[in-house]
Design a protein around this ligand. Sequence first.
Ligand code: ADP
Ligand code: MG
Length: 477
Amino acid sequence: MVRHPPYDTIMPFPDNPKERMEFTAADLWSKVLEAASARLPEQTFHTWLAGTVATGLTDSELMVEAPSDFHVEWLEDKYGALLTDLLEQTIGRRLTLKVQCGDQAPPLEVPSLEVAPPDLVPSAPSGGGVMPSPSLNERYSFDRFVVGDNVELATAACHAVAGKLARMYNPLFLYGGVGLGKTHLMHAIGNEIRANTPSSRIAYLPTEQFTNDLVTAIQNGTTAEFRRTYRQIDLLLVDDVQFLQGKERTQEEFFHTFNALYDAKKQIVLTSDRPPKELPGLEERLISRFEWGLVADITQPDYETRIAILRKKAADDDLTLDNDVIDFIARFCTSSVRELEGAVIKLLAYSSLTNQEISVQLARRALQATFGYEAHSAARSLSAERIRSVVANHWNVREEALSSKRRTKDLTVPRQVAMYLIKDLLDYSLVQTGQLFGGRDHSTVIHSIRKVEETMANDASFRRSVEAVRDELMRPA
Ligand code: ADP
Ligand code: MG
């Protein structure tokens, strides 16, 4: 018998006659679901998969229906790969899983009126207070935030917003890379408002939480309540809105929440890892709203700011860290404040585990041994030749000239810097270092290193040049 797709049954393991057995779409999907339920947390399974129904099967495709577009999106996005793998394991070959929104899926449960709304949906704030979890972190205050050039505008804007809700910049949109202080600043606004006006209704929520709450509300038929809750807030802090991308239903709901709050003159603060215009998969109308107020960026802290942050952390947490150790960490960790914090924690742990006093040597070992592959490999692949060449390049001189006997100023400065960096980054001995520069003796090397240290202490622009070279050398290739 010749069959044309769509077949309603399919042979698993077609190459293995022993396994011959026919599956219907429903059989197959129920096996996949069974396997998925063993892999996924119960709540996840219940939320996303329990309401799906298999509706068709061809030689190359299994069709499944889910109760809403939102489910479709989520299933494809988050669980598509897992489900396709499980499907392959069940049937012995690869099929495409096609999820659609359909009417065959059972309607979403609507709880009877007596049923209390689920915990996940924030209860309507009655007359004030902070909405339930996730709440504000008290450590994330303005007091604990170090204001370098990299966060000057953003911090000023946050202070302004905290001083005059919804009358300065609405929305305030902060963006920047990971671990640079966006969440901290956002909480700082919330903490300040809470301290000054305890009756304010404040909601801090990661974008994922907004999405999850919305899904739960849709499932439970409590969207009206969901809307009411979110639209009664005085200060809405939504973290990492880049996660709205591709989630159309969430964007739609967020758009309405945004408008309702904005029209009611309530403050909205948003963070993202990139500016509004560069958010992919975000509706134009949302992007334009995000730009209505002030968009402020946060960049990486420079060397001085990194030092200031480390000093502040040490003081706040009662740690004694010598200046040279702080300096070492600030030079080693250049990408984010979170990295700086991580380095301090690693160093403390390393020192207590190995029972050794904290020193630059220990910090170097601790950070190279434990602080991720990147820093390690950058440090490992570093050679004296590379240091010499990067320095020569930076000062615009030929590398060979650094080893020559010539002592004109255009050569002595980079030569001294290269010696300083080789000694510092590679721990070469003075004699070894001297040999790399045309056999200079160790007293010349000492003199050079001192000279660089002195000049760095007195001349900020020289210090920045040396730091820039050091950063370049420490960056992974
Ligand atoms: P982001 O949200 O941008 O990824 P976070 O706000 O979570 O970054 O910051 C990461 C960590 O660094 C937090 O522990 C935060 O307290 C700290 N931090 C970031 N920037 C600063 C700063 N300027 N001063 C003090 N601590 C900071
Ligand atoms: Mg954050």
